[in-house]
Design a protein around this ligand. Sequence first.
Ligand code: ADP
Ligand code: MG
Length: 696
Amino acid sequence: STGQGADSGSGTGGIGDAKAAAVSEFAQQKTIKQQREFLPVFSVRNDLMQVIRDHQVVIVVGETGSGKTTQLTQYLCEAGYANGGRMIGCTQPRRVAATSVAARVATEMGVKLGQEVGYSIRFEDRTDASTKIKYMTDGVLLRESLVDPDLSQYGAIVMDEAHERSLNTDVLLGILKRVVAGRRDLKLIITSATMNADKFSAFFGEVPCFFIPGRTFPVDIMFSKGPVEDYVETAVRQILDIHLGSPPGDILVFMTGQDDVETTCEVVLERLAQLEDPAPLNVLPIYSQLPEERQRLVFEGDGSVRKCIVATNIAETSLTVDGIVYVIDCGFYKLKTYDPRHGMDMLLMYPISQANANQRAGRAGRTQPGTCYRLYTENAYRHEMLESTVPEIQRTNLSNAVLLLKSLGVRDLLEFDFLDPPPQANILSSMYQLWTLGALDNLGELTPVGRAMSGFPLDPTLSKMLITSNELACTTEIATVVSMLSVPPVLMRPRGREEEADTAHERFSVPESDHLTLLYVFRLYESNRFSDAWCDKNFINPRSMRNAREVRDQLLDLMRKARMDMRSCGNDFDLVRKAICSAYFYHAAKMKSVEEYVNMRTGKPCRLERSSGIFRLGSPPDYIVYHELVMTSREYMRGVTVVEPSWLATLGPMFFKVVTMENRLRSNYRDHLEAESMERELERAREAARIRQEAE
Ligand code: ADP
Ligand code: MG
């Protein structure tokens, strides 16, 4: 049992209220050593380390907050698994978790972050030669396995949060299974919240599961009586009700993303300001794009002022904040899903699963009995929610994973050892996309271009853009564009100051290309000596710009290592647009009416975003490519660049051909494009796969 008593009202009994209060008071005064020794994992430390000594692979199961993430690495290090110049690696599905936990462990060990304890996330490596414990995203370890297939730097690897089943975790599981078979001296610990433990154990050949005893308190579950129309508004009212009417204890609110997290925080503060002399409430957002020093605030405070933490699902298992007594659960989250027919990823809102709901509720009962307010009905919970989330590998674009596995020498993906194999349609569609980018040949084998692409920690489209820029001699420009696309949005439109911001942005907006606008912004930033003040004045996010600069330096480095020529095309922006076109012809769209376009291959309608520079052109362009589609009420294209139809025909000949003279005459001598049949090409790809399989 999970011991959270989540669906049964007040559940599992446990310690009485008075004692609980004493426990939590104690928690607030403890030294770090005492805090560490108070964690559930500490009480079983010796047994656990014995099991690890006796077995190469161990599954460790425990409630969130039991100390898995922060303690296991330290135990392993103290037990000598980092001796001989090796490291203890610990993977996280989320960047925030990697950075914040590394900071915590550095504090616990009394060392400086980036030395004995460090972290590595994409484009940011804070480790040095003395690093013994390294937290990283699972993506980083995956990429390390490309250059060091045996992961020989590590004496032990903790794969944390495996139950999250992120795409990279799932791929890594298959890879680590191969690695441990070849390296008897490597310890592998897989940690999981309560779900899925048996499955992991079976995958590695019935390895032992070690259970950390739970220490949770009962949580009262309050369902909504009827359907909730506006979950932000309902959550805000619930927050105020608790704050004004319930005993002390912090509040944790689950929202779906940055936008509704920020809105909720703002509205709560507005409402509080309208009250006469309310008790102070410390309202704190947390989501992955939030700057680190603001993230850290959620862990601070001495308990005298009530905290209200508004979070995305990163607070579900990755981060544990002590002192939460009330949880408000909006019942939704955002998930990336892949539509293989249209070959695109979409970030959409879905109802959470029952497993998520229980996990969220459990956050209220960590230090004393708590209450969880669910902003959905009991009926919805029982009948409309899935039991658990569909693993990412079964619902997202696999082109990155496919490219990586191909580079690792996995020839037949349908044969790879997956915990849960992805749908064949997704594999084929992703292979097809890679084939159109020139990364795979007709037999599905990696091409030299594909190998070069896998050298960059980027989506295949962006690596392709870099590679084309080398041929077109505009490498420094494209490196800038790609860096700017790899950081959080740089153009800011603060609420209430939208017009001011738009006016400021207009000055450097390049009408025919949002990508060129990004390039131009970076160039101005450079000529203003990377000044924060310049950013602020122009409604540009200085943090994103600093970030872009760092990413750019690293990309330039990787490009040099790949023996690309660093060349600038000056102001020949057609070359830059051509390189952009080469990566995105999969995302080519044709004008239908002023704001409306249709994807040229799929015929799917998509619209221009109001903020796009394209609106400043005299008339809407006929052909464009876009970076991505975002779903709000409709599909909008984000990051748009005007292209010449002839570019599409030469750069993406498998999709488009310039139609005959006759049609050209009819269309007023303009180039005219026609989409080749997608189905025909897909059929060709399948045929090739079939031939290869038969040949083997
Ligand atoms: P688990 O991985 O089992 O969920 P953790 O090791 O993450 O547990 O958490 C153990 C304890 O460390 C928790 O009580 C949590 O509050 C504390 N902790 C984790 N990260 C931080 C941090 N960045 N700052 C302060 N305390 C932290
Ligand atoms: Mg953890």
